[in-house]
Design a protein around this ligand. Sequence first.
Ligand code: XUL
Length: 506
Amino acid sequence: MGPLFLGLDCSTQSLSAVLIDFDEKKVIYEKQLIFEKVFPQYHTKSGVWRKGNVVHSPPLMWVEALDLLFQEMQKDRIQLQSVLAISGSAQQHGSVYLNDRYPIAFKTLNFQDAFSRETSPIWMDSSTTVECNEIREALGGAKATIEATGSNTFERFTAAQIRKFYKTEPGNYKKTKTIALVSSFLASIMTGELAPIDHGDGSGMNLMDIRSKEWYPRALAATAPHLLEKLPPLVPSTTVIGKVNPYFEKYGLNKEALSLVWTGDNPSSLIGLGLIVEGMSGVSLGTSFTHFGCLKTCQADPKGEGHLFASPTGDYMTLNCFLNGALAIQKMREFYHLDWAAFNHHLQTTPVGNLGKLLLPYFDAEIVPKVLTAGLHRHHLKEDDIPGNCRALVEAQMMSMRLHSGWMNLHPKQIYATGGVSNNLAVLQILADVFNCKVLRIEVSKSTALGAALKAAFSYFGNKTWEEIIEGFTHPIPGVDPNPNSTKIYDRLIQTYQAFEENTRP
Ligand code: XUL
């Protein structure tokens, strides 16, 4: 057995663990706890509470999940004693608000009366348009905001969420001693003390100067008073915070194991997929669909639809986020009462290009392109055409991804796919055909948690290059090739789709 490293990932719907044996170049253990199933007492649907465009999650559920995950690993007789370092990743943008009880809460995992806000706004929340406008104006408009923070203001980004909290609950804002991201919150528990925020996840707040990677004073001032006092420091994504929280010794964890700063799920996926060379590109088909690439220079999207984040390697990553991802497919399946097999059957038996039938699948307000009012829009497509609707949904998802990716400057020979839906070859075929590009997968579908484990290895060794770290872990398995005839169809159809999208957007 070689050196072991543990990677954790707290996504919208689940908490996962991936344990790697570095010398063997092997993932030796994977585990996933699905929140809705394991914690019915929180009454979440797919891990979230939703009230119109307000979408929150219970932070206590994440604490319980982390505790239970270690119990489960102990039950599964995982050699926690031999783990040398732990890191993690989490859904981006979501925030956790704690009062002055936080130091003891992080040590003991007893969070009774420790939250100054009982629920955490998460990335699916789109209720802060007013606050976005206020912050953007204070920063000098969209162009200046993008230049300074890497992104235009976005409803789900942490600054707008903090501002809304300050405006609507000033008393509770005042009581807030520290504001964590989901990633830094869980890193704090893993370490037993307040964890810094890493540059990768810090870039998803509209509060970090994307060049200097320090808190941006104008953005802090535009968001809420005394904000700097409530934020932990920003640090590189490979920073070791200290040793693990002694609390976890009872599950057999070695108290000498190193605890690293955590990052966002997308920056972590970049590592887990091995995308460390400029121009390489990945697609994560999870709750949200994200399309991202590695970039060596600091170049944001001038149109402000996408985001420039710091990557854990110290470079940059480009990212477009599509909210109507796996959950949109789930909603369509529920609407037409289809299991996965029936849904795939429709994808496989309908003609490529769907005879020109199109759908704008905004089951929820969309991030890219920006659509604030949910609604489905059909073009030459009837609601009772079930097979046509299934194909139109996936074709729209993939065409939208291609259409909005121009600014990322990607010319990939292949796209790396990850996330739950990447196991679905019928969906991957449409992705390959729309992009005219080979689509590859890696063996582990949890590339986020794998990225975290690799990040832990990088920091533990301290003297290996990223190439040496990812070597052997991110080799692709046979993927899907584009079909030249289908590609031609999509090259034409995408123009109609673009016009439909531009003319219909509410
Ligand atoms: C990225 C984004 C989502 C979340 C969900 O900007 O909002 O991908 O990270 O996992």
